[in-house]
Design a protein around this ligand. Structure first.
Ligand SMILES: *Cc1c(COP(=O)(O)O)cnc(C)c1O
Length: 462
């Protein structure tokens, strides 16, 4: 059923799929790239590492997915059964926002806030918990920035009978106490990071007892615990290839949903912290673009206070602060750079997905950076028209979508804009309060701090 999309009243408000239309496969974009991404390197020797180097941290099934060049990976039935608790996720046409903006653009958003944890993160937490359980692991250690990933993994481990230990970045542990409550409800143990429980945490606290923490620090703590215990492995909620792979259920569903209303996107826009929800949304559309079936412009939006794509250097760096992870070639601000405590905690990461970084260098998408006050302006407009209160992270994509729709108002272009509303903001109301009280501020791009951190990035190939 295809309705004239310009007739806002007649067009459907939400486009739903049946449970039988839940994707059966994840899509691996690596199969369609003109050249493969550069390999991770051993931190000491700077030689490419083989899959076995990751074995202390990840189960073999995930390591295989990390390096596979197969175009499709089958989703295990046990994972699809858990996905079915909330997937397929709805695609909405933001008709009330469009009317408010008086734009001829048609704005669609894929809503991932319907998951139990309230974001896209369970799309990868569930298969990660599943594959660990399959290989006899009993405990997972992880970090969480905004609390979203910790919640997702706590939920997922509960589905497969695993224990879960989470290091939550101190700034968010204080701003969002109910995220930790939620994790505990699903059975996880939660620590504020930096903590006294690890060497990495103690080292940071010794130099800065009031450290607000960062994702890089929390990763060091979780990796240290996982590497030191036989029964424990580590789980990462973004950045890595297998995470981006799992998130492609977002884009596969959205592709099918837009096809049902006879639409193809002119602009696909997503927010990027480590890049997983953005990649999950656009990879299947990129496959169609490479096949000549559509021609969307693709745009990543990051915080102006932590702009890895737009201001970072593309070079080998560590994924964590302590320098325990392999070296990955990515857009980085320096592994010990601590971003200002913006409210979009999920976007406070010094690095970026190596796969997306490679694709950015190949010119396969664009990037932009937006300040947090402009993002909250957009969030409030969105909430007052569409009803859903967005998490601070996707407000970056919403702000960019609104800007584009406003340009369409001037030019009269009927562009189709697609974004992912990757999480709701029910645990972020303190951020909204700060915004309404005029206490939110924009942080200048910390050029000096970044330049200083970049001096400590290892020189590879020298
Ligand atoms: C974690 C998170 C992000 C950032 O991670 P990506 O891997 O870039 O998607 C963005 N939005 C929400 C709601 C998150 O939970």
């Amino acid at each position: 059923m295809t309705v004239p999309p310009t007739d806002r009243t007649a067009a459907p408000t939400k486009i739903l799929l049946d449970e039988s239309e839940l994707p059966t496969h994840w899509y691996n974009v690596v199969a369609d790239l003109p050249e493969p991404p550069p390999p991770p390197l051993h931190p000491g020797t700077h030689e490419p590492i083989g899959p076995e180097a990751l074995a202390p941290l990840f189960p073999m099934a995930l390591i295989q997915q990390e390096v596979t060049t197969e175009r499709y990976v089958a989703i295990p039935q046990a994972v699809r059964d858990v996905y079915a608790l909330w997937r397929p996720a709805p695609l909405y046409r933001a008709k009330r926002l469009e009317a408010h903006l008086d734009t001829p653009a048609r704005i669609y958003f894929k809503y991932e806030g319907v998951s139990p944890a309230g974001s896209h993160k369970p799309n990868t937490a569930v298969p990660q918990a599943y594959y660990n359980a399959q290989e006899g692991v009993t405990r997972l250690a992880t970090e969480t920035g905004a609390g979203q990933w910790g919640s997702a993994l706590a939920f997922a481990t509960a589905q497969f009978g695993l224990q879960c230990e989470v290091w939550q970045v101190a700034a968010s542990f204080q701003q969002k106490p109910y995220r930790a409550s939620m994790m505990r409800t699903w059975g996880a143990t939660v620590h504020s990071s930096p903590s006294e429980l690890t060497e990495a945490g103690r080292a940071i606290l010794a130099s800065d007892p009031d450290s607000p923490g960062s994702l890089g620090i929390a990763i060091s703590e979780a990796v240290e615990v996982a590497a030191g215990r036989e029964d424990t492995k580590y789980a990462l909620g973004s950045v890595l290839n297998h995470v981006l792979l799992h998130q492609t259920v977002i884009g596969e569903e959205a592709l099918l949903q837009l096809a049902k209303v006879g639409e193809t996107p002119d602009l696909i826009v997503g927010c990027t912290g480590g890049g997983s929800n953005f990649a999950g949304l656009f990879f299947p559309f990129l496959r169609e673009k490479l096949a000549g079936n559509m021609e969307p412009r693709i745009l990543a939006v990051e915080p102006a206070a932590c702009p890895s794509f737009t201001k970072g250097e593309y070079r080998y760096d560590f994924g964590d602060v302590a320098g325990m992870t392999p070296l990955m070639k990515m857009h980085t601000l320096g592994h010990d750079f601590v971003p200002d405590p913006i409210h979009a905690g999920g976007l406070r990461y010094h690095g970026m997905s190596p796969l997306l970084s490679h694709m950015y260098e190949l010119g396969m998408f664009e990037a932009d950076a937006i300040d947090q006050i402009a993002c909250f302006d957009a969030a409030v407009t969105f909430a007052r028209t569409q009803g859903i209160v967005p998490a601070p992270e996707p407000t970056h994509a919403i702000a960019a979508a609104i800007r584009e729709a406003e340009v369409c108002r001037e030019t009269g272009e009927e562009k189709v804009i697609l974004t992912a509303l990757c999480g709701h903001g029910h645990f972020d109301m303190a951020a909204y309060d700060a915004y309404f009280a005029g206490k939110l501020r924009d942080f200048d791009y910390p050029a000096d701090k970044v330049a200083e951190a970049m001096q400590r990035v290892p020189v590879v190939g020298a």
